[in-house]
Design a protein around this ligand. Structure first.
Ligand SMILES: [Zn+2]
Length: 602
């Protein structure tokens, strides 16, 4: 039977999700397939789109059983065929019922959790994919836990038949939509607003009593309206409703984007507080995160790499374009906070300054291009180790600076290239983004599409810039571009760790995390994991508890010995303190020019 003849009364694929055991963190899933194949394959994704790491969610699936009518299928009829797939031999076209449990005790936005306080899941963790029937309507029936009468449910899925608190039946047009719609359950705070006429809901789990929900809603509304206008002017966005699901914890940060929702995690202390007028740095960071994930609604969930036209859930999905989708989103997240008035120029430039210094302090920027870093995300960015800053560059931070370079070049049409004899027009990256959206109809795109959009907006080719900024490993022309747009760039002595070429932790004494390539610490012979016990200056020795003790005890001397412990051996390393390592400080020189870029409507 085709999908169209199967009426909305009974979708071909139905999942019933209920609590199996709250204390044991177990969900129970019952999957009914109306018309299975004789040899029906099922599999659980190995990754979740937006987070580029193979996580093998099937590792938490337990006790798979299958039934047809009253007949329980036996071992020979159920075979696991690889780490994430099963094959069931059954009578075709008769309802097949699978029952299994999923262990859920991860508080991240990427998997699933279930416990006394809340439940949360992504379909990628709970919902086996019925191979061959991915394009059918999928129904998800979520049962309210008996012991939790105060729990409600939030999700971006379209409700079919639900109770007042949100439990019940939801429907997705296909498997992609199902697993792109996380579900939050609990006694959460909930608020709503309209942005450009579109209903938005914001739920917050784990907030402290001091949480100021009205402030969060008002600020988020400004962000959403600025972004809808950014992409569509006075027209409607490509979604009918949107849900923010935020989990506030003692220590956590992150988000995952979806087509009409996002799951976020933040520090509880970073939420806005009642009767607190001052905006904390933490809340600025949270607003940036909200802005970032919301921008992804367009940039990566709709406009997306051609390679992601249809996700392959069984293995890595490679693309060279994360510098565009994560980097440009990172450029616009804070810029749009500025544009909607949630940051002033100084506040925005402070964040930009930080991004610039982060990139400049990563030796890996000279080793990998952002296109290579995108492709390698699966084994580098998502599997960071002590050597990561030396071998890879962040396609988030450098990608944001690449966006900045394009934007500022487009805004000053003479360009930086001496070869820029082309008569080009003044444009903006905003116009390029909108023209890309129109050109690709809000769907899959390639780097050639970006290149063509640059040409059509500005009247000139950007091939040399793409080759150098995106595929090259040399420094970006940031200084010249920033100065052209009203900023002064000062170089100031760097922090001690940067001067030493080290990253350390100081929780229990000074422990070396990373030795930066070609820095003073590498020359001295430091290794990751070293415990830095103290220094010898001339004839006196001093115990160090934190890195800054070095300056206190060494004074003006820049030749000394470091005493370190490595694998219980004590080592004495000759160390020269360099003076020439600098960081950047941006300052406004010409506020008219700065405003033309940061606040053009003022
Ligand atoms: Zn992102």
């Amino acid at each position: 039977m085709s999908n169209s003849t199967r009426s909305s009364a009974s979708p071909a694929i139905q999942y019933r999700v209920e609590v199996s055991d709250l204390q044991a963190h177990l969900f129970k899933v019952t999957l009914t397939v109306a018309e299975p194949a004789a040899l029906q394959k099922f599999s659980l994704p190995v990754w979740i789109p937006g987070s580029y790491l193979v996580r093998e969610f099937a590792g938490h699936l337990l006790g798979l059983k299958a039934k047809q009518g009253n007949r329980t299928l036996v071992a020979g009829q159920i075979a696991q065929i690889d780490k994430c797939s099963w094959q069931i031999r059954c009578t075709p076209a008769r309802p097949l019922v699978l029952v299994y449990e999923v262990y859920a005790n991860d508080h991240s936005v990427r998997t699933a959790t279930l416990g006394d306080v809340r439940g949360f899941f992504n379909g990628t963790s709970l919902c086996l994919r019925v191979e061959g029937q991915e394009n059918s309507v999928h129904e998800l029936d979520i049962v309210a836990p008996k012991a939790k009468s105060d729990w409600s449910l939030a999700t971006g899925l379209a409700p079919h038949k639900i109770s007042k608190n949100g439990f019940g039946r939801y429907r997705a047009n296909d498997y992609d939509e199902l697993v792109d719609s996380p579900v939050e359950m609990g006694a959460f705070w909930s608020g709503s607003f309209k942005a450009c006429g579109v209903p938005h809901r914001f739920v917050v789990a784990g907030a402290a009593p001091s949480f100021d929900g009205a402030q969060l809603l008002a600020d988020t509304q400004k962000i959403c309206e600025a972004q809808i206008r950014f992409w569509h002017g006075s027209k409607k966005p490509p979604f009918k409703h949107y849900v923010f699901m935020l989990n506030a914890v003692d220590d956590g940060y992150g988000g995952l984007e979806h087509r009409n929702s996002t799951a976020l995690i933040c520090n509880r202390r970073d939420l806005p507080r009642l009767a607190e007028k001052k905006i904390s740095d933490g809340y600025t960071t949270l607003r940036g995160l909200i802005s970032h994930e919301y921008f992804h609604t367009w940039n990566v969930k709709r406009l997306r790499p051609a390679e992601f036209a249809r996700y392959d859930y069984t293995s890595e999905n490679y693309t060279q374009l994360l510098w565009f989708f994560e980097g440009f989103t990172s450029y616009y997240d804070d810029l749009l906070l500025r544009r909607c008035g949630l940051l002033d120029n100084a506040g925005y430039l402070k964040l930009l300054n930080k991004t610039i210094n982060q990139v400049m302090q990563s030796p890996g920027r000279l080793v990998q291009s952002v296109a290579e870093a995108s492709f390698d995300a699966w084994v580098k960015y998502y599997r960071q180790d002590e050597n990561t800053p030396n071998t890879t560059v962040s396609y988030y931070t450098k990608g944001a600076l690449v966006a900045l370079c394009f934007d500022l070049s487009l805004r000053s049409p003479t360009g930086l290239n001496e070869a820029g004899t082309n008569a080009s027009n003044s444009s903006t990256l905003d116009e390029v983004m909108r023209s890309l959206w129109a050109r690709c109809e809000g769907g899959p795109m390639t780097e050639d599409d970006f290149s063509a959009a640059l040409l059509s907006a500005s009247g000139r080719h950007f091939d040399a810039e793409l080759a150098s900024w995106v595929h090259g490993k040399t420094e970006l022309p940031l200084k010249a571009l920033l100065e052209r747009h009203g900023l002064a760039v000062f170089e100031e002595p760097a922090q001690l760790a940067q001067r030493l070429g080290l990253r350390v932790t100081e929780l229990q004494g000074v422990v070396v995390k990373t030795v930066l390539r070609d820095g003073a610490a590498e020359h001295a012979g430091f290794a990751p994991g070293d415990e830095w016990l103290g220094i010898e200056v001339g004839k006196s020795g001093w115990r160090m508890n934190k890195l800054d003790d070095l300056l206190f005890y060494a004074g003006q001397k820049n030749k000394l010995h470091a005493l370190v412990a490595r694998d219980k051996r004590l080592l004495r390393l000759p160390l020269s303190l360099p003076t020439s390592i600098t960081t950047w400080r941006l300052a406004i020189q010409d506020s008219t020019k700065v405003n033309q870029w940061l606040n053009p409507t003022a």
